[in-house]
Design a protein around this ligand. Structure first.
Ligand code: HEC
Length: 398
């Protein structure tokens, strides 16, 4: 009797659990990626059976912080109740292995048409904090190029908190006094001359993999542009050198739509000392019909929650923001915006226990109130005509 019962309950690693890890976990939990341990074989996962069960039951893994009530998200990585049950059953009897096979990894790397690399490796010390590093990489493109997919790939992901790749077209004045070739910090000057033309075209965020846009959608790199790669390195205890690369796949034909990334931000706030919940409101009105493709809240350590609404309808609610996880939320369907629609961002900060006021700044004891928004616009439109408002931090034309 007892044997039959155990056999019925037994859930085996390879046939039952590995498919779930492949789907939800291995983009981070494999060699060379951001998570501290690989989980792609029975032998590697077995010691963590209980931790896996607990992390999944608590909803701590995979990391995801948006409430699903206002919106479904195309990239929501969470497990269903039935999948959680499978993990739990195996973790309760983790000896059952099943027939071994090699894991198949989800987020495959791109095969780029062109790859740009940082001009030289950057040496990340074992300890301490490293200011944001910038590298200018000329594209030498002689015509405008439409990009369908992009992958930003550090050689040492363990020390890269995040990387942002900007396109700087020839008419932008941003960081013009800096030379390509060497790493530089841009403290204070990082935003000087930054305009609506200088657009984020790609990011590296742990576990996110390449960004591939839907058919007929692409990002624009104007002729003569430079890439400016901005890196936030976080020492890992061991001195490490990193060379981050940017791979591009060009669109096969000119797209109908352009994905244009803007930062809806506000820099003139002051978070009073010892306040548990201080709200910074940002309002942004679109000047032409458009749609939202993706949203990415960005605050620092005191960021507590962020809510984004369109004409009073909540489209993203992140009730527990975590600085360590910079996530992008991509609604299952694009959110259409009529001309004049108002996007409202409500950023809440927890400054309790701090005797000092906190203002805008790059360092983690300073703050930011930003929501990166990927807009969908007609390929022929100029983003500047569409989005210039005083609230747009980089709405200034060069
Ligand atoms: C986006 C990348 C990412 C994904 C996806 C992810 N993890 Fe993790 N995981 C991490 C990182 C980084 C850490 C270490 C830092 C931390 O614990 O916050 C971690 C830590 C853990 C831990 C140790 C936490 C603890 O409680 O000690 C477990 C267990 C774990 N992950 C299991 C999983 C499982 C199971 C999945 C899939 C269902 C998963 N993770 C998906 C990145 C990820």
């Amino acid at each position: 009797m007892r044997r039959t019962r155990v056999a019925l309950l037994a859930t085996a690693f390879y046939p039952d659990v590995l498919p779930l890890l492949e789907k939800h976990c291995l983009r981070c939990h494999r060699e060379g990626e951001s998570a501290p341990m690989a989980l792609d074989t029975y032998e590697k996962a077995r010691p963590y059976a209980r931790a896996i069960r607990d992390a999944v039951l608590r909803g701590a893994m995979p990391p995801w912080f948006a409430d699903s009530k206002p919106n479904e998200f195309a990239n929501d990585p969470r497990l269903s109740a039935a999948e959680i049950e499978v993990i739990k059953r195996w973790a309760d009897h983790p000896k059952v292995k099943g027939a071994p096979r090699a894991a198949v990894f989800g987020a495959a790397h791109l095969t780029p048409d062109v790859t740009f690399a940082m001009p030289a490796p950057f040496s990340v010390p074992a300890k301490g904090t490293v200011d944001y590093q910038h590298f200018i990489v000329p594209t030498n493109f002689t015509t405008d190029r439409w990009v369908q997919a992009i992958e930003v790939r550090p050689s040492a992901p363990a020390v890269v908190h995040h990387a942002v790749v900007f396109v700087r077209p020839p008419r932008s004045a941003w960081l013009r006094d800096r030379a390509p070739g060497a790493a530089f910090t841009a403290k204070g000057a990082a935003l000087e001359g930054l305009s609506a033309f200088d657009e984020v075209i790609g990011t590296y965020l742990p576990g996110n993999g390449p960004m591939t846009l839907p058919e007929d959608h692409a990002k624009l790199i104007p002729a003569g542009s430079d890439l400016i790669i901005q890196l936030h390195y976080t020492p890992s205890g061991r001195a490490t050198a990193d060379t981050t690369r940017v791979g591009l796949v060009f669109a096969k034909q000119p797209p109908r739509y352009r994905i244009y990334s803007a930062a809806i931000a506000r820099g003139d706030f002051e978070i009073p000392p010892r306040v548990r919940a201080h709200t910074v409101d940002i309002t942004f009105q679109v000047q032409a019909p458009t749609a939202i493709y993706a949203l990415a809240p960005h605050m620092h350590l005191r960021g507590r929650s962020m809510r984004v609404s369109v004409d009073d309808r909540v489209v993203l609610d992140v009730p527990r923001y975590r600085f360590n996880w910079q996530l992008v939320y991509r609604p299952a369907r694009q959110i259409p915006l009529a001309r004049g629609a108002r996007i409202e961002v409500e950023a809440v900060f927890d400054n309790s226990g701090n005797p000092n006021a906190v203002r805008w700044g790059e360092q983690s004891d300073e703050e930011m109130a930003v929501c990166f928004v990927d807009f969908v616009i007609p390929a022929s439109a100029s983003p500047n005509e569409l989005f210039v408002t005083p609230q747009l931090l980089r709405g200034k034309q060069p």
